[in-house]
Design a protein around this ligand. Sequence first.
Ligand SMILES: CC(C)(COP(=O)(O)OP(=O)(O)OC[C@H]1O[C@@H](n2cnc3c(N)ncnc32)[C@H](O)[C@@H]1OP(=O)(O)O)[C@@H](O)C(=O)NCCC(=O)NCCS
Length: 178
Amino acid sequence: MADLGPVAWPPAPIETERLVLREPEARDRAAFIELHASPEVHTYLGGPRPRDELEREMPEVPGQWPGSFVVDLDGAMIGQILLRRATEHRPAAVGKVDLGYLFLPRAWGFGYAAEACAAALRWFGGVLPGEPVVLATQTANAGSMRLAAKLGFTEVERFHAWDAEQWLGLRPPVASSA
Ligand SMILES: CC(C)(COP(=O)(O)OP(=O)(O)OC[C@H]1O[C@@H](n2cnc3c(N)ncnc32)[C@H](O)[C@@H]1OP(=O)(O)O)[C@@H](O)C(=O)NCCC(=O)NCCS
């Protein structure tokens, strides 16, 4: 995966009804560690990383690259949204921008992921108009599958990788209605 490349970054913070999408800051480090050390978050993502390793290796300001948004609720990070250009991936996805999302378990089930991802996709449609977005997730990841459908992704293919059935979805370009 590569970052989004030549887009103006960071954009001004993106405000939704309840959330703000913004670039990562040093004060988010603890939440990044929590996110990456959480077994619940990584149930369908190949397992969490050891907390002590994360404490040692996580940069002072984690996740600082074009396409990496922190999702902020009332001044605290609750998740991360990643828009990256796929390099090595399924042939149907290579060269396209891939959407990823990780939220802290305490923030699941309130529609925050849907609200934040929709805003990130709107932003993306404004800065790189006419580009589709792809998304890969395990079919067993019911929440992620439901979210993908809600965001307008439809199935390109199912395939087997990393000992599980994977789903590749695509969202065609949509006219920005911002
Ligand atoms: C996937 C994830 C972001 C969903 O977060 P969330 O806060 O539950 O999402 P939302 O509240 O916005 O819900 C989106 C939709 O998914 C549904 N959903 C969420 N979890 C679900 C579950 N376990 N089973 C079935 N549906 C679920 C919601 O009900 C909602 O649909 P609805 O509006 O029709 O009710 C969250 O579970 C997560 O961070 N998981 C770990 C990381 C991960 O697996 N990422 C995917 C790989 S990129």
